[in-house]
Design a protein around this ligand. Structure first.
Ligand SMILES: Cc1cc2nc3c(=O)[nH]c(=O)nc-3n(C[C@H](O)[C@H](O)[C@H](O)COP(=O)(O)OP(=O)(O)OC[C@H]3O[C@@H](n4cnc5c(N)ncnc54)[C@H](O)[C@@H]3O)c2cc1C
Length: 403
């Protein structure tokens, strides 16, 4: 009998443990530092768990060497994820953009079926068990926790990354793998809110809008996205902002974010609407110019942003004034002051260098018998279920313990 230890009971570790337990010659131990496994999973997708994306392809993944993720993603596709969970009794529903959620709309359902599966597979779970060090010993690994120690013939490190600190995001996995000779790349918070120059977002706090989003650095476009944007107390958030946050994080200071609140619409048609409103309601206050076209507060802000007093009657606005307001709606710019940091991030960009792992097995090229999966590796995905797909796919592959 071979003892396999999985460090970390998050998405990738739970999957790795189940995958390893498929081989009846393996005794599988799952060590989790928190009081219960899968805590972060419960918070995913705003508590609904966006567990995969039917369009997950390599183009949605990043890192120094994104193609590293290809073999795992091809061997365990989104269809495999759905089949795997269906066989555990989880009903799912596909929503816009290929995002898949449990039909129950509760992340608990995902964790519950995984817990049942672990028990059925005979995985020995140890919670409140933080691994503090790992040493190579007698052809295997001596794994030390605070209160007890274990011996493993094979070891899978699934400790996740630094993102989501309050949910268990820690840097332990990097330290464990570094102590075994591995290298870590620079870490950045990704899929996170952005902090902006404060005056506009604060006034817009709570406003949601649909927008095309462009991230600029030194006048150059570095990332684009589209979809929901939310204005917060300190900046901007929402899926479309998350999608450019990785690039904002990596390029550091000096970036700007530009929103087009009329994406997919002809400038001429909006311009005609504005002129028609001026003609029909000449005494209406300029602050109401965009009423019915944008969220009221956002509309008033675009008028202000164009340098026009909100109380001015529409009849006093020239064609140039209208064009300027429209320009502000199509290119509403804010200076980026930073990101909201690892605690507010959904994923860590960067991690343990994939160059030292075999992409076909996820075994270390430096230490035989050592495997890693999930976010601890230098692979991160876009917003929309791609990160959990990587966690399931890489966990399933690592758990096979192929050499
Ligand atoms: C708020 C939030 C929402 C998200 N929503 C989504 C979403 O809807 N869809 C999506 O695809 N992705 C989402 N993500 C990202 C996704 O949750 C992660 O990418 C994924 O959980 C990574 O899985 P993992 O197993 O690698 O790491 P984790 O899930 O972080 O699990 C690592 C586990 O290892 C444990 N651990 C760490 N160190 C030790 C140690 N020394 N000893 C023992 N145990 C240890 C941790 O306690 C943790 O339980 C979200 C993330 C956050 C923070």
């Amino acid at each position: 009998m071979r003892t396999v230890i999985v460090i970390g009971g998050g998405a990738s570790g739970l999957m790795a443990a189940l995958s390893a337990a498929e081989n009846r010659d393996n005794r599988v131990l799952l060590l989790e530092r928190q009081q219960r496994a899968g805590r972060k999973l419960l918070a995913t997708g705003n508590g609904r768990c966006n567990l995969t994306n039917t369009g997950a392809s390599i183009a949605h993944y990043h890192g120094e060497e994104p193609s590293f993720a290809r073999p795992a993603l091809e061997r365990f596709t989104p269809s495999d994820t759905l089949a795997f969970f269906a066989q555990l009794g989880l009903l799912t529903e596909e929503e816009y953009g290929g995002r898949v959620y449990p039909l129950s709309n509760s992340a608990n359902s995902v964790l519950d079926v995984l817990r049942f599966a672990l028990a059925r597979a005979g995985v020995e779970s140890h919670t409140a068990c933080r691994v503090s060090s790992v040493r190579r010993e007698k052809g295997g690994f001596a794994v030390a926790c605070e209160a007890e120690s274990f011996f493993a013939d094979a070891l899978i490190v699934a400790c996740g990354g630094a993102a989501g600190g309050k949910l268990g995001g820690v840097t332990d996995g990097y330290e464990i793998l570094k102590s075994l000779g591995h290298r870590r790349t620079k870490l950045y918070p990704a899929l996170c809110p952005l902090l902006t120059a404060p005056e506009y977002p604060r006034a817009l706090k709570g406003v949601r809008a649909d927008a095309a989003v462009t991230l600029l650095h030194g006048g150059r476009t570095v990332a684009r996205s589209a979809g929901e944007v939310q204005f917060t107390e300190t900046g901007v958030s929402g899926p479309a902002v998350f999608d450019v946050s990785r690039a904002a994080s990596v390029c550091g200071g000096g970036a700007e974010i530009a929103f087009d609140f009329f994406r997919g619409r002809e400038t001429q048609s909006i311009s005609d609407l504005l002129r028609a409103r001026r003609a029909a309601m000449p005494e209406l206050e300029a602050g109401e110019l965009l009423t019915g076209m944008l969220h009221n507060r956002l509309g008033r802000m675009c008028v202000k942003y164009a340098g026009i007093g909100g109380a001015a009657p529409l009849r006093t606005l020239s064609d140039d004034d209208l064009a300027r307001v429209l320009g502000c709606c199509r290119d509403f710019r804010l200076e980026i002051r930073g990101t909201a940091g690892f605690d507010a991030a959904q994923v860590t960009a960067g991690g343990i260098s994939t160059a030292q792992f075999d992409p076909d097995t996820l075994q270390s090229r430096l230490v035989p018998g050592l495997y890693a999966c999930g976010e601890v590796l230098d692979i991160d995905g876009d917003c929309g279920g791609y990160n959990l797909q990587w966690a399931w796919a890489s966990g399933a592959l690592a758990g096979r313990l192929e050499t």
